[in-house]
Design a protein. Structure first.
Length: 91
């Protein structure tokens, strides 16, 4: 998607305390320990500015990412797709 950062809003069947924001880097992966440290330094210093809503770029909505994610997970060598499909067919 050619994004510098991403934010995932998470909420689920878990208690509210587990709801939150997850920040992603330009690779689309969650921030590592160093990146989180840098993020918190910026937040603590207040070294940022808010943009007016009309100055923001457009929202990108793409509901195909869940299938892309599933495909990538199923490509992992540690995932036994044949066994999973066999177990699912028993249900």
């Amino acid at each position: 998607m050619k994004c510098a950062v991403g934010i995932s809003i998470t909420a689920s069947h878990n208690p509210q305390i587990w709801n939150g924001l997850k920040f992603l880097n330009s690779d689309g992966t969650f921030l590592d320990e160093h990146q989180v440290g840098e993020f918190l330094k910026i937040a603590d210093k207040g070294n940022f500015r808010f943009a007016e809503i009309d100055k923001l770029k457009s929202l990108i909505s793409d509901d195909t990412w869940i299938n892309k994610h599933i495909d990538k997970v199923l490509e992992l060598k540690i995932i036994d797709v044949v066994k999973i499909r066999k177990e699912n067919s028993k249900q």
